[in-house]
Design a protein around this ligand. Structure first.
Ligand code: UDP
Ligand code: MG
Length: 318
């Protein structure tokens, strides 16, 4: 029977939350008027998540387990799910029940009735996030929007429903390290949105430490904008003008017979210029690094096992 809806869920060390997720998701999925599959993408979990998933699968035939060989990261795990999904529509949501599964029904209805390709889940309020997360998220969306000029939905994470056409378009993108929440709006498919309240994580702890958040932000910026490179150019120009001014000042001071004050100004100038240079090299490096990984064209994930096909180790995709 053809699958109408695929529900893709990235899972990384979520042993505590998986049974709760199954309890909540299953009635929702069964209540939809659509043939569905749930694809849990086990992103190289090192806890008991694989065992829990296999146990859940025993009496839930629609549950599929796709295991990645190593931890590839949230976005790559979703990509793996999109690549293996069979549905006419695909929903992606987090495993930790922060994205309430009940919202899938209105998403599907919106897609079918309004004939749109993408339905974004938009966070109505962020009262369950920490103040730091709220603040950083606000800055994040604002910066990306300004830099990229894409009309990314503010406060839309990775809870969204996409049509087969959208998923095929994403799968065909050669881009590595894509940040889907910005890639999808950039594809320009007709869209709608459904507002929901983001709950607290049902169990376990966040798998998004600060380092991963920074990585995601850098990928978002470099993936959508070359503005930082231009910023480096401007900074260089500005530095040049300042240096020229300083030179004039030094010449005039010398002509007037004033000796220049000691090393303070020199040290400050050298340190300042050094910092600016390092910053600019760093910015360049971000882009060069991106080009490098893109040229290597290594898959961003490896599928070790798919319960649908029973493929064991050796299966490669990406
Ligand atoms: N996740 C993943 N791989 C990772 C990190 C996270 O598949 O390397 C999954 C995780 O299991 C969850 C989702 O991505 O389903 C979002 O992660 P989390 O809830 O920890 O992020 P937060 O909500 O704290 O931003
Ligand atoms: Mg979460």
């Amino acid at each position: 029977m053809p699958v109408e809806l695929s529900i893709v869920i990235p899972v990384y060390n979520e042993e505590d939350v998986l049974p709760l997720l199954a309890d909540r998701l299953r009635p929702v999925a069964e209540g939809l008027d659509a043939a569905y599959e749930v694809i849990t993408v086990d992103d190289g979990s090192t806890d008991l998540s694989p065992v829990v998933l296999q146990r859940l699968r025993r009496d839930w035939p629609q549950l599929r387990v796709v295991r990645l060989r190593a931890n590839a990261g949230h976005q790559a795990a979703i990509s793996a799910g999109l690549a293996t999904a069979r549905g006419d529509y695909v929903v992606t949501l987090d495993a930790d029940l922060q994205d309430p599964p009940e919202v899938i029904a209105p998403m599907l209805t919106a897609a079918r009735e309004q004939g749109v390709d993408v339905v974004y889940g938009v966070r109505g309020d962020r009262s369950t996030d920490t103040a730091f997360k709220r603040l950083s998220a606000r800055a994040f969306y604002r910066v990306i929007r300004t830099l990229s000029g894409t009309h990314a939905q503010v406060d839309a994470g990775d809870y969204r429903l996409m049509s087969r056409a959208t998923v095929d378009a994403i799968n065909a993108l050669p881009e590595q390290h894509r940040v889907l929440r910005f890639v999808v709006p950039a594809l320009g498919f007709p869209s709608a949105s459904v507002t929901y309240r983001r709950d607290e994580r049902a169990a376990g702890t966040s798998k998004y430490p600060l380092a991963k958040m920074i990585r995601l932000s850098l990928d978002s910026v470099t993936g959508f904008s070359t503005a930082p490179l231009r910023f480096a150019t401007w900074l260089g120009l500005l530095g040049g003008v300042a240096a020229f001014g300083l030179l004039l000042y030094a010449l005039v001071a010398m002509a007037l017979g004033h000796t220049l004050p000691g090393w303070t100004s020199t040290v400050v100038a050298v340190a300042g210029v050094g910092a600016v240079q390092l910053l600019c090299v760093g910015i360049l490096g971000e882009y060069v690094g991106r080009m490098y990984t893109h040229l290597q064209a290594r898959p961003t994930y490896f599928i070790a096992y798919d319960s649908l096909t029973g493929t064991g180790p050796g299966a490669v995709s990406g």
